[in-house]
Design a protein around this ligand. Structure first.
Ligand SMILES: Nc1ncnc2c1ncn2[C@@H]1O[C@H](COP(=O)(O)OP(=O)(O)OP(=O)(O)O)[C@@H](O)[C@H]1O
Ligand SMILES: [Mg+2]
Length: 439
């Protein structure tokens, strides 16, 4: 049935019933009584309609507070529909406010700053990242002009030029920010800010790395080229000089090879796509191997001790071997003939640790915090002599990062150094640690 029929049929039935009652009164009591009954009935009906209208008008004045009145006849349906509408409305409003809260939360978690401004750049809203990037405070600055809040000539020029299709990069409050304005809704604009400080630092490190690496490679290449030119210009060089030159060229060739090898190791360790394969590292075996190599390198010039009194580790054998032997090689390189070098693997309350101590030349306190930087060497000329590239401790740092270990350095110039690397208790191998694969 259509809504019209649903309305008119009951109304017509009610009217017919009323007329029937009037007819019955007429039949039993006569026309005057019937007229009186009709008048009373009509007045009653008008009164009911007026009362319902009054209730409706009251309710419309204050729909939230007052309960919807119960109706009679067609009013029942009207009130029921209004009630449903109000319930839907409340539900929609709840959904809307929930959605708004969720949106705000998402915005506040965003690492990028978002500022909403009106067409004349008055601040309407901003998220916490924007507050941090631009030094804004929403409650304090709302309604103020953004150009008065972000006082930076490059930013103001950007606004004046209005070329918003291009982002703007600027330094603001010691941060490198990339900003862009996006007009929306005709009357509003969004300012998006992205903190590129870390990216800029990494870019600078990469540039430094390339510059340093090229510089390091140029020296041995210059030496090799120099000797090759001599060999070309003077074909009749005596055998002794020739051998000496060839020996020097071979040394420089090795140096380049070491350098490239170390750079490749570092790049691989830094790459996130190169997962670490943890396996059981048998420490006595590993350290005895390192001791043998160290003794061969030292060629009897140093006195060595090795104590192994700690648990096996779960980690990458190759990476740990490379890190530990870097520390031991350093101890040999920077300890004059006759000195002693101690290696100790021990259990400690903070976790197992490897301690390498030497009685060598030591390191000045001003250098200690920089030793793990790539290519950092205390004494460049001495390092050249010792074939050092300055990448060894950078490799150690990366290996430790991957194994969640830490390194501490104590040193007294002219007396010696102690390098301690500590691993977390969680790095100790247990029965679930896979055994190393045999090659
Ligand atoms: N045990 C030590 N005693 C004194 N100085 C040290 C010691 N270990 C490291 N150093 C200093 O720290 C610097 C950085 O060491 P690192 O191992 O990174 O480079 P390297 O030994 O010069 O070259 P390589 O890349 O071949 O290891 C060294 O050049 C040296 O000056
Ligand atoms: Mg080294």
């Amino acid at each position: 049935m259509t809504p019209q029929l649903l309305f008119w049929i009951p109304a017509a039935l009610r009217f017919l019933l009323f007329m029937a009652v009037i007819g019955v009164v007429w039949f039993f009591f006569g026309s005057t009584e019937a007229l009186a009954a009709a008048l009373i009935g009509m007045s009653w009906m008008v009164f009911i309609q007026l009362r319902n209208l009054f209730r409706l008008s009251n309710w419309l004045d204050n729909p939230g507070d007052i309960r919807l009145p119960d109706g009679w006849g067609a009013w029942t349906d009207i009130f029921a529909r209004l009630y449903r509408m109000r319930r839907d409305d409340e539900k929609n409003q709840l959904e809307l406010s929930e959605w708004l809260a969720r949106f705000r939360q998402a915005m506040s978690l965003l690492p990028d700053g978002v500022v909403i401004m009106d067409d004349v750049l008055f601040l309407e809203w901003c998220n916490p990242a924007a507050q941090q990037h631009l030094g804004l405070q929403l409650e304090r600055d709302k309604g103020m002009r953004v150009t008065n809040l972000v006082r930076n000539p490059a930013f103001i020029d950007y606004i004046i030029l209005g070329r918003y299709d291009q982002p703007l990069t600027l330094t603001f409050k010691d941060r490198k920010l990339v900003m862009q304005i996006i007009p929306f809704e005709n009357r509003r604009q969004i300012l998006v800010t992205h903190d590129a400080t870390d990216a800029a630092r990494i870019e600078m490190m990469r540039r430094d790395f390339i510059a340093n690496a090229s510089h390091e490679l140029r020296t041995p290449l210059t030496v090799i080229n120099g000797f090759l030119e001599i060999a070309l210009a003077q074909p009749q060089l005596d055998a002794v000089t020739r051998t000496a030159h060839l020996k020097l060229m071979t040394e420089q060739g090795h140096r380049m090879q070491n350098l490239i090898g170390d750079m490749l190791t570092l790049t691989r360790l830094e790459s996130v796509d190169y997962p670490m394969r943890a396996e059981r590292v048998r420490m006595p075996e590993l350290l005895e191997g390192i001791l043998e190599e160290a003794q061969a390198l030292s060629a009897g010039q140093h006195h060595f001790t090795l104590e192994v009194d700690g648990p096996d580790l779960s980690g990458s054998i190759d990476e740990l071997r490379s890190a530990f032997s870097n520390l031991v090689t350093n101890a040999i390189r920077y300890t004059p003939t006759g000195g002693s070098i101690g290696m100790r693997w021990e259990a400690h309350s903070a976790g197992p640790r490897f301690v390498v101590s030497d009685t060598g030349i030591g390191i000045g306190p001003e250098h200690i915090s920089r030793l793990t930087e790539r290519f950092y060497r205390v004494d460049k000329s001495r390092s050249r002599e010792t074939q050092g590239t300055g990448l060894g401790l950078a490799i150690v740092r990366h290996v430790l990062l991957r194994h969640k270990g830490t390194m501490s350095i104590e040193s007294v110039p002219e007396q010696g150094s102690v390098f301690t690397v500590t691993f977390p208790v969680s790095a100790i191998a247990n029965e679930f640690t896979p055994l190393p694969e045999l090659d």
